[in-house]
Write a protein of this length. Sequence first.
Length: 136
Amino acid sequence: MSASSDSASPNFAAGVPCEASGDRLLPAIAQDATSGRVLMMAWMNQTAYDETMQTGRAVYFSRSRGKLWRKGETSGHQQTVRKVQVDCDADTILLQVDQIGAACHEGYASCFFRTVAADGSATVEEARLVNPADVY
């Protein structure tokens, strides 16, 4: 995992307030480090960010559960972080990761598996990697 030499830390003070925890959350985008494909978008609080930086494994904050979400803790579908970047306003985090298994809780390689047409109809563009009932 590599980090910027500018040491521009994320600005959690600019984050979205989370009613469940009182924390400020920033969007975190996980991108496949090899292909560049966007895998998922989740939220991070300061604690999740710090643990991600310390362990090299992606940790997010679950708004619905109000607690840390260590990616792959239940399913085994972990993300090993290769690179961390922060955008120009320091209010969005980009993780370049090596994904083990499905990134999406619905069993797909990416959470972005639907294509939406101009008429609003959606089609699934890929096969499921795993049945969610088998891993959750």
